[in-house]
Design a protein around this ligand. Structure first.
Ligand code: RTP
Ligand code: MG
Length: 148
């Protein structure tokens, strides 16, 4: 089954939006298989955003993501990678559609509340970067037959 990595960034935690953000993925019907609150190290932040290493906003991005607690999550379900990106909305919350997390709750590109893996291969890389295998729980919600 497909999995994605999502992280509620320090602004989402500071603003008390952890429950609201998790609720949206639960309500949609995806299955939570990994969850932890952590202070992100410089090494993890740089590795996570490695593709942006040459971008002008890289240092600021790493500073921000390491500035406070982050909620790391792994969610499972059919098409979860692309669907989670839709639920999250466009990178810039000012252009994100209403109904998306960023569109409803954010206004600043550098404070856009949540990260979501952008492709299935990226998701695999990010899940193993942030979680050990034993931190993930494989389980089947009993409601699944009602979703499919
Ligand atoms: P994320 O990786 O955090 O889920 O966000 P994303 O895919 O929607 O956007 P991405 O292009 O991967 O950019 C990563 C994060 O860098 C910050 N950013 N700032 N100042 C800028 O022009 C700029 N561009 C990107 C954003 O916080 C974005 O989430
Ligand atoms: Mg990205």
């Amino acid at each position: 089954m497909e999995r994605t990595f999502l992280a509620i960034k320090p602004d989402g935690v500071q603003r008390g939006l952890v429950g609201e953000i998790i609720r949206r993925f639960e309500e949609k019907g995806f299955t939570l298989v990994g969850l932890k609150l952590l202070k992100v190290s410089q090494e993890l932040a740089q590795e996570h955003y490695d593709v942006h290493r040459e971008r002008p906003f890289f240092a600021g991005l790493v500073d921000f993501i390491t500035s406070g607690p982050v909620v790391g999550m792994v969610w499972e379900g059919e098409g979860v990678v692309a669907s989670a990106r839709k639920i999250i909305g466009a990178t810039n919350p000012l252009s994100a559609e209403p109904g998306t997390i960023r569109g409803d709750l954010g206004i600043n590109i550098g404070r856009n509340l949540i990260h979501g893996s952008d492709a299935v291969e990226t998701a695999q890389r990010e899940v193993s970067l942030w979680f050990k295998e034993e931190e993930l729980v494989s389980w089947q919600p009993t409601i699944t037959p009602w979703l499919h």
